[in-house]
Write a protein that binds this ligand. Structure first.
Ligand SMILES: [Ca+2]
Ligand SMILES: [Ca+2]
Ligand SMILES: [Ca+2]
Ligand SMILES: [Ca+2]
Length: 610
C-alpha cells in the first residue's frame, strides 16, 4: 500500500522561520514550578482543526499538554460510565501524568484482572499517545463485555515534559524529562544548548571538515553509495576521515565542545532497574530517580491485578520476538526466559496479524519499562514501535534503486550488480521512502551555512520524528489495532482456579482432601523472571485446619508462577472432628479467590466458584 506523507510536507511548509538571534532551544520541558497545563496556550499543533469538538478522538501531530488534557476530558465525557481520568503523579517539569481507567464499573476496577497500556515515553513519538487515546475510545465503544471482566488502564503520555518539548519548535529528537542538570560537569547547567542555525524549525546535525583543535577530529566520510549518509572510512582502501559531526549548535561557553550541555533531563525509558545503563548520561544517577519512572513503577507495584501490559515506544518485542536465550551477567533473562517464549510469541504474532506491522526500528532495552516488567516483574509486557519502515514503491524498470537521489553523482554507467551498497542500508531505505513517497520530507539536505566558529559547515540530517511516526492518516487504524490487541491479551488472560475438592473418609475423623490447581488461560500467572521469592504477588492454597491436625500436606502452599496448561494436585490428610468445618481456599495477593467448606464430608459452601 502506498501512503502519502502530505502531512509531513504540510508541517514543514508551515514551520515559521526562526529569528537568527533566537536560535537556542528553549528548555520547554524544564520550566520550573509552572502550574500544570496552564503555561501553554491551547493551540492544536501543526494540523488543522480543534479536536475537542469532534465526536471521536482526532489524531493531532505534536499535541501539547493543554491539548492532551482537552482531548482526555472530551473522551471521558463521551464515556462517563466506563472511563475515568486521574493522575499517577507529576513529571519533573510538574506536569500531571494522566491515567485513564476503563472498566464497566470504575469504582471497583481495582478488583478485576487488569492490563496496562503505556505510551508517550518518547519526545518525538507523538503517534503513540494518539494511538493510545484512539485505542481507549475503541475499547470503551466496542469492548463493553471485556470491561466487565478486565480493567484496562491507559497512560497515554508517560513523559509529558519530553512531549511538550517536541510540541514546540525547534523540534529535536530528545526524550529527557524536565530535570535540569550539568551534562558535562563543568559547573554550569544547560549552558550550551543546540541551536537552529539554519532556521528551519528543526535541530538536526552539523558536519564540518578541515577544522583543527580544539574541535573534534573528523571521523567520518560521506558514503559514496548515498552521499547524504556518513560512514566510517575504509582505512584499507586508503580513505581518510573528512567530517566531524555535532548536534546543530555552537560552542557558547568556549570549552571546545559544541551543544554539549543541553536539556538536562533524565530519560525515563532508560531509568528502570533492569539492565539500567548507568554510564549513559540520560539514564539518571540511580534507577527510578526520574519521577516519571518512579510513578509508573509505583503504579505497577500497587496494582497486583495487572497480568499484562502493552507499550508503544522505541522498543520492540512483537516484530522481533526475543528468543529467551540472552541472559544478564547476573544470570537473569535479558527480556524473557526461554520457557516463557512460546506463550509470549503467540500474542506477539496476533499483534502482527492485527496491525500488519512488519518492521521495527527498535532501540536497546536497557533500563526500559518493558524489560523491567518482563524480566523482573514477570508480567507479560509487549512493546511495539507502532509502525516500521514501509517499502517505497518499486523503482521504474531498468533504473537502479537509488535513481531518484538528487545528490547522487552522475555515475549512471555503474552496472546494477556492481552498484555501491550503502553502509547504512536501513538509512538508505528510509531515504528512498522519504524521497519517493514523502517528497523528501524526512531528511534535511546538507546545506552550507556560515558558522561563527567552524569552517566548511553544512546543516542537515534526519527530520526529528520522521522515522518514529506513521503518516497521521494511518494513526486511527493503528489505534483501533491497539484496542483489538488489548482484547486479544484479555482473552488470553491467566485463568487460575482450584477444582471442587474431593473429601474421602479414610478413618475415624480422618479425611483425605484433594484439589487440583489449573491455569486454563493462555498466559502464565507470572513469568519466570518474576518468580523469585517476595518479588511479585503470589497465589496461596490453604487448608483451614490447625497445623497439629494436618497429618500430610502443607497448611499453606505459596505458588509464584502458574504456567498455562498446568494442573497440579494438592492433597491433605487431616483430622476433622465430627461437626467441625474444614475449608480449602485459594488466595491471590492475600485475598480470597475461591473457598470450599465441608462438614462431615459434606459440602457447605463454594465461594468464588461456578
Ligand atoms: Ca555544563
Ligand atoms: Ca535547523
Ligand atoms: Ca561548549
Ligand atoms: Ca560546557
Amino acid at each position: 500500500m502506498i501512503h502519502t506523507c502530505l502531512t509531513f510536507a504540510l508541517a514543514l511548509s508551515q514551520t515559521p522561520p526562526t529569528a537568527p538571534d533566537a536560535t537556542a532551544v528553549p528548555n520547554a520541558s524544564a520550566v520550573p514550578a509552572a502550574p500544570e497545563v496552564a503555561e501553554v496556550p491551547v493551540v492544536p499543533a501543526t494540523t488543522a482543526g480543534p479536536a475537542a469538538t469532534a465526536v471521536a478522538t482526532t489524531p493531532v501531530e505534536r499535541r501539547n499538554t493543554a491539548s492532551l488534557t482537552t482531548a482526555i476530558d472530551s473522551l471521558c465525557a463521551r464515556y462517563p460510565t466506563s472511563m475515568v481520568v486521574s493522575s499517577i503523579g507529576n513529571s519533573a517539569g510538574r506536569r500531571a501524568i494522566p491515567l485513564l481507567t476503563l472498566s464497566a464499573d470504575p469504582a471497583t476496577a481495582g478488583e478485576r484482572p487488569a492490563i496496562l497500556m503505556l505510551a508517550g515515553m518518547d519526545g518525538p513519538r507523538w503517534s503513540g499517545t494518539e494511538a493510545a487515546l484512539i485505542a481507549a475510545e475503541a475499547i470503551a465503544r466496542d469492548h463493553a463485555d471485556m470491561l466487565r471482566a478486565v480493567t484496562v488502564y491507559v497512560i497515554p503520555r508517560g513523559n509529558p515534559d519530553a512531549a511538550e518539548g517536541f510540541s514546540t519548535d525547534p523540534r529535536r529528537d530528545y526524550s529527557g524529562d524536565g530535570i535540569v542538570h550539568d551534562n558535562d560537569r563543568d559547573g554550569n547547567r544547560e549552558e550550551d544548548r543546540p541551536r537552529d542555525l539554519n532556521g528551519d524549525g528543526l535541530i538536526t546535525q552539523i558536519r564540518a571538515s578541515a577544522n583543527s583543535t580544539p574541535w573534534t577530529a573528523p571521523t567520518l566520510v560521506s558514503d559514496a553509495a548515498e552521499l547524504r549518509l556518513l560512514r566510517a572510512p575504509d582505512a584499507k582502501s586508503g580513505e581518510v576521515p573528512v567530517y566531524a559531526v555535532w548536534t546543530e549548535g555552537m560552542d557558547t561557553d568556549g570549552d571546545g565542545r559544541i551543544a554539549e550541555d543541553w536539556l538536562g533531563g533524565i530519560d525515563p525509558e532508560r531509568n528502570f532497574p533492569h539492565r539500567w545503563p548507568e554510564f549513559e548520561d540520560e539514564a539518571g544517577s540511580y534507577p527510578l530517580i526520574a519521577p516519571e519512572s518512579k510513578a509508573i513503577a509505583d503504579f505497577v507495584m500497587s496494582h497486583p491485578t495487572l497480568f499484562a501490559a502493552f507499550v508503544l515506544g522505541r522498543h520492540d518485542t512483537v516484530i522481533n520476538v526475543p528468543d529467551g536465550k540472552a541472559r544478564t551477567p547476573g544470570g537473569m533473562p535479558v527480556m524473557l526466559d526461554e520457557a516463557d517464549v512460546a506463550t509470549y510469541a503467540e500474542l506477539a504474532k496476533s499483534w502482527r496479524e492485527i496491525s500488519g506491522q512488519k518492521r521495527a526500528d527498535a532501540r536497546d532495552s536497557g533500563g526500559s519499562f518493558v524489560a523491567w516488567m518482563n524480566a523482573q516483574r514477570g508480567v507479560p509486557t509487549f512493546a511495539s514501535t507502532l509502525w516500521g519502515r514501509p517499502d517505497a514503491p518499486a523503482a521504474e524498470a531498468a533504473k537502479p534503486a537509488d535513481a531518484t537521489n538528487t545528490d547522487k553523482p552522475a555515475d549512471k554507467k555503474v552496472d546494477k550488480k556492481d552498484a555501491l551498497k550503502p553502509a547504512d542500508a536501513e538509512g538508505a531505505a528510509w531515504l528512498e521512502y522519504s524521497d519517493r513517497v514523502c517528497n523528501g520530507a524526512g531528511f534535511v539536505p546538507w546545506t552550507r551555512i556560515d558558522h561563527p566558529q567552524l569552517r566548511n559547515v553544512e546543516v542537515g540530517g534526519w527530520v526529528p520524528g520522521f522515522r518514529e511516526n506513521p503518516p497521521i492518516a494511518q494513526v486511527p487504524a493503528l489505534g483501533d489495532a491497539c484496542a483489538k490487541f488489548i482484547a486479544a491479551i484479555a482473552d488470553a488472560r491467566p485463568m487460575i482456579a482450584i477444582s471442587e475438592p474431593t473429601v474421602l473418609a479414610v478413618g475415624p475423623s480422618l479425611w483425605r482432601i484433594e484439589t487440583r490447581l489449573t491455569n486454563t488461560g493462555r498466559l502464565p500467572s507470572v513469568m519466570r523472571g518474576g518468580r523469585a521469592d517476595l518479588v511479585t504477588p503470589a497465589h496461596v492454597i490453604r487448608i483451614s485446619a490447625p497445623m497439629d491436625r494436618i497429618q500430610a500436606g502443607n497448611r499453606n502452599d505459596v505458588i509464584r508462577g502458574i504456567d498455562t496448561g498446568s494442573a497440579r494436585v494438592y492433597s491433605w490428610l487431616v483430622n476433622v472432628p465430627p461437626g467441625e468445618e474444614v475449608a480449602v481456599e485459594l488466595l491471590y495477593n492475600g485475598k480470597s479467590v475461591q473457598r470450599w467448606a465441608f462438614r462431615d464430608g459434606e459440602k457447605l459452601t463454594a465461594e468464588g466458584s461456578k
